[in-house]
Design a protein around this ligand. Structure first.
Ligand code: ZN
Length: 299
């Protein structure tokens, strides 16, 4: 009997640790995405804040309604396609004809397949290369890869329907597009400006926290006549917010570089970086960014 109880306890512990190793369960309730109207022809599919897996649908998606059809900037997490389409259908009957992927990550490219192989997918050439390494875009999935790519700048459409795509260099990845709707004075930054915290620099996809502030500086200098910014994962921002974020990332990068030169550990460098002078900023992602700088400089 004792042995049985012991066995049961062991099995129980095994089951518990197995459960702990599982990814969080899929959201139980209906998947609902919120929609925000920016202009008569431009909406944002929000519900983009990471943290709660029941409500996090992936990055902010721009829904741009043109004469020829709807252009989406990013496509959220896999599994959220129908919820996204339901909201798009609530504001337009036009078909989705174009997808612009700001970068490779699954919370921005997860429903390219859902929206169909007849949609034209556009991205920076490095993002296409990064997407080719993802399971979702291998085999049958390859038909949902970008067909149109560019190197520095690309313009799609004309007049009020015009969209400008810019690449300024490495940062969050090595293929981040800044998407501008000139007639509406709106910029979608993707995850080059995701939140008011340290940036995530994905070194496996060519990201660089050392280059990111310089890349942002080029974007600020190169993109004019914008009033509203759609960030990657937070509420709408202004050009002033983007400038503040650029300064934050420049401060953080130089702090990390100097700390490493001074022989400080990542923990010491992280503890010494104060976000107080940046109102509304968090420091939850500072350590990872400092680590990314250290890893990059060690190379
Ligand atoms: Zn990302």
């Amino acid at each position: 009997m004792k042995r049985l109880i012991l066995l049961a306890a062991l099995v129980g512990v095994g089951a518990l640790s197995l459960a702990a190793a599982q990814p969080p369960a899929a959201p139980a309730g209906p998947r609902v995405i919120d929609i925000l109207k920016l202009k008569d022809t431009l909406y944002v599919l929000t519900t983009s804040t990471p943290g709660n897996p029941a409500t996090f649908s992936g990055g902010n998606v721009a829904v741009f309604i043109t004469d020829g059809g709807v252009t989406l900037v990013d496509t959220k997490l896999n599994g959220w396609g129908q919820a996204a389409l339901d909201k798009i259908k609530s504001v337009t009957d036009k078909p989705i004809t174009t997808i612009i992927n700001t970068h490779t990550h699954g919370d921005h490219t997860g429903n390219n397949g859902f929206f169909g192989a007849n949609v034209e997918v556009v991205a920076h050439e490095n993002t296409k290369t990064n997407m080719e390494k993802m399971d979702a875009f291998k085999g049958e999935g390859a038909k949902f890869l970008p067909k149109k790519t560019y190197k520095d700048k690309l313009t799609v459409g004309a007049g009020k329907d015009r969209i400008d795509l810019y690449y300024f260099g490495a940062g969050h990845t090595n293929g981040d597009t800044f998407v501008v709707f000139p007639a509406l004075r709106v910029l979608h930054t993707g995850d080059m400006f995701a939140w008011k915290d340290a940036p995530f620099c994905d070194r496996t996809n060519g990201g660089s926290c050392v280059e990111l502030p310089r890349t942002l500086q080029k974007a600020i200098a190169g993109i004019k006549n914008v009033d509203t910014i759609i960030p990657g994962h937070s509420p709408m921002q202004t050009p002033k917010d983007l400038q503040d974020f650029q300064r934050f990332t420049a401060d953080l990068a130089s702090h990390a570089v100097n700390s490493m030169k001074a022989g400080k550990s990542v923990d010491e460098a992280t503890a010494a970086f104060k976000v107080d002078k940046y109102p509304g900023y968090k420091n939850e992602r500072v350590k990872a960014a400092v680590q990314a700088v250290y890893d990059e400089l060690k190379k």
